[in-house]
Write a protein that binds this ligand. Sequence first.
Ligand SMILES: C[S@@+](CC[C@H](N)C(=O)[O-])C[C@H]1O[C@@H](n2cnc3c(N)ncnc32)[C@H](O)[C@@H]1O
Length: 208
Amino acid sequence: MAPTSSKTYIVEHLDEELGPWSELEYLAIAKESQESGAKFLLSSLPPAFKVPEALSAVPSFTAENRGVEELYAQDKSRVCLLDPAAAKDLSPEDGDTFDAFLFGGILGDDPPRDRTSELRKKGFEGRRLGPVQMTTDTAVRVTRLVVEGKTPLQEISYTDSPELRFNEHESTQMPFRYVKGADGKPIMPQGMVDLIKKDADKAIDDLF
Ligand SMILES: C[S@@+](CC[C@H](N)C(=O)[O-])C[C@H]1O[C@@H](n2cnc3c(N)ncnc32)[C@H](O)[C@@H]1O
């Protein structure tokens, strides 16, 4: 079957719960998918999972208890897994080959623990987004720029390991690659900088 022009971004949720970081990331993916006319499917949700209202309010968003293997059992070749360990990098032509792009719903970790391997085992064709670990929303953003915007991976402007400075004394470094925004700052989900600051303050409080 020929691929359709409208793309589906699938995040297979691999954690039991939905933490506040993942919630902000998923909301950013939902809003950007809505704006570009794409669909966002959050799959493999545990039965008791409560989908946040802000997410279910986005028309192009779908929550699914079934996993991607079951959902795409008949169309496996239409799905591309974004995999940091894949042998080949994603290219604009992949937008002509695949309809759906699959990501691990995992928070970034440093050093990376390769939890994407849980999806690799399912046998989807894999593509890498370069050698540096990205957050899940960044990985979707970069994939969209490549397959919808037809921008080659190496022509996208990135910011690696940005330092977020909260005040004169407090800052934190994020060990991931982000897309550089028009204002020169790394693009992050709305509310993420405040959440990171709150978590950093909590970690300091916990020390005392
Ligand atoms: C935060 S990353 C998780 C990476 C992680 N440390 C792991 O255990 O695999 C979340 C998802 O974004 C995608 N991703 C992030 N960086 C990538 C890269 N450089 N190439 C391909 N996919 C990437 C993958 O789908 C990955 O499962």
